[in-house]
Design a protein around this ligand. Structure first.
Ligand SMILES: [Ca+2]
Ligand SMILES: [Ca+2]
Length: 310
């Protein structure tokens, strides 16, 4: 723990870091606020959005990364819209919503926090603002952007299109679903069924491997039956079954459910049953454009919360 935190040991510290990526837009909060610990609905005010285009729609992602039982609410929601899959404005730990800069600023300034009595802990409130692009979704858990493209398409065409997609200059790839969290996020974004992903056993029957993206070459199942230890698998009952003359490509949301099936060639072309494909964007640098982290640092004897900007 560095000296900065030691000096302020009797406080909850809300530490604000600001990053600007490829733009002049900024998001700031006020220098200092004091809020008691173990309180409900304590406000965090004076968020200020500067140099955003009022004619554009932006997406805000708020998420609390902590094992502590802290949550927040947005009170002023005029002309703001929650993203698909986010069902409440209150007592939540993550939220994506869209609106104009002015409406977003009003919403952020109505943010209230439920603090915790937990001592010697850290809470991070991540604030991410991106331009709103239709059918794109920001996943606050891993910082990746997803784009769903509906329609009937072959696997090969979907893979080619995904690999040539760009978001803010970052190349895309057919989605890799590597955790239950990521699967849950994807499932909440679309009602479409049978969505192409980047998992295939075209190179070696029964050995399922992510084709593209950061996990390219990673085998997650062998012999159509044995999950590789530590790798996420989410097959529907009796799948993969390499049906008929063979199925070498995985679809998620099989028949509108939440799980996977091996599908498509060589047994069928499959397009008539396909609901679309999902592109994922990630990089070492965040693919979003403006973000800030608010770090809530808790020590015992706490009596106040301080926001520090720099
Ligand atoms: Ca992924
Ligand atoms: Ca199958």
């Amino acid at each position: 723990m560095n000296n900065f935190f030691k000096i302020n040991y009797s406080y909850l510290l809300l530490f604000f870091a600001l990053f600007q990526i490829c733009s002049s837009q900024t998001l700031t909060v006020s220098l200092t606020q004091e809020i008691p610990v173990n309180k409900t609905n304590e406000s965090i005010e004076n968020f200020f959005l500067q140099d955003y285009n009022e004619a554009e729609t932006y997406k805000v992602s708020l998420s609390v990364s902590s094992s502590l039982s802290s949550s927040f609410s947005i009170i002023v929601t005029d002309e703001l819209a929650r993203d698909t899959g986010f069902n409440s404005w209150t007592n939540i730990t993550s939220l994506n919503f869209t609106g104009s800069p002015t409406r977003i600023q009003n919403g952020l300034n109505s943010l209230v926090f439920n603090t915790t009595s937990y001592i010697n802990g850290i809470i991070i409130l991540n604030v991410v603002i991106t331009k709103q692009v239709d059918n794109t979704f920001y996943n606050p858990t891993n910082g990746h952007i997803y784009k769903f493209i509906p329609g009937q398409i072959t696997f090969l065409n979907a893979r080619t299109a995904a690999s040539s997609s760009l978001y803010e200059g970052v190349p895309g790839y057919l989605v890799t679903i590597t955790s239950a969290d990521e699967q849950s996020f994807i499932n909440s974004k679309t009602d479409a069924k049978n969505i192409w992903t980047g998992l295939s056993d075209e190179n070696s029957e029964g050995d399922w491997m992510w084709l593209d993206g950061p996990e390219a070459g990673t085998v997650i199942m062998t012999g159509n039956s044995t999950p590789v230890e530590g790798q996420y698998n989410n097959w529907a009952t009796s799948e993969p079954n390499d049906w008929n003359t063979g199925e070498d490509y995985m679809v998620t949301s099989w028949q509108g459910g939440s799980q996977w099936n091996d599908f498509g060639p060589p047994a069928t072309i499959g397009t008539g049953d396909i609901g679309g494909y999902l592109v994922e964007f990630s990089s070492e640098r965040p693919v979003h454009i403006f973000f800030a982290s608010v770090l809530l640092f808790i020590k015992d004897c706490s009596s106040a919360l301080v926001i520090v900007t720099r």
